[in-house]
Write a new protein. Sequence first.
Length: 108
Amino acid sequence: MPTSACEAWDRGDGTAYGALFTVDATDVTHVGTVHRGGPEIGRAHQALFTSFPWDARLVLEVTGIRFPGPDTAVVTTVGLAGRPGVWSHRRRGWAGARRSREGPGSHG
């Protein structure tokens, strides 16, 4: 998921970004705004992407993974967004559950 999230962010594709989140996911921006659920997360990010010239890139660090069930992972990340060569020190984090058949350590 982190790789797919970075790719969608880098393309400025809010629909694809939001589709990576479940309906009960939570996204907290660097200023503390909370978005809940994939559709809302996608819409909020598309508004961001279309409001500014988009050449920003996203780098994510996985800070936690829990497996509450055999086909569910809860992934927590902290991200850094900015333009190449001009990185922001702001951090954002999100946590969400995503059903997957991939094992621990998968990044897709």
